[in-house]
Design a protein. Structure first.
Length: 117
């Protein structure tokens, strides 16, 4: 089951994502659809809903600048949708520094996103 996304997300691919579970398991991958509240990580083995992770990601315009956030797996897409998503998981940010949030919003504005009122 998916939770409804209530904020705009950009469909630009985040070059590389590294994420670590609270048990210390580490993974690498690609992410897409990043927004101020979370991102979608493409994965053939999505983590279970409720899994807490620390995610590090680099935006396309700054591939050497790693941004970090704490998140929780909010929903999974166990197989690729025909139109919208690859196989993977939606991660909701639960701790995001103001600097990282600002960088995400700057990226979204280049895609035509405007801040909510």
């Amino acid at each position: 089951m998916r939770t409804q996304v209530t904020t705009t997300r950009t469909s630009a691919t985040v070059a590389i994502v590294r994420y670590t579970t609270s048990e210390g398991d580490r993974f690498n991958g690609q992410a897409s659809r990043i927004g101020p509240d979370g991102l979608f990580i493409e994965s053939s083995n999505p983590l279970p809903i409720g899994t807490k992770i620390v995610v590090e990601f680099a935006l396309p315009e700054s591939p050497l600048e790693w941004l970090e956030a704490k998140g929780i797996v909010a929903w999974i897409c166990p197989k690729a949708d025909q139109y919208e998503f690859s196989q993977g998981m939606g991660v909701k940010f639960v701790a995001l520094s103001p600097t990282v949030r600002r960088r995400i919003l700057q990226r979204l504005r280049t895609e035509g996103y405007s801040d909510p009122p």
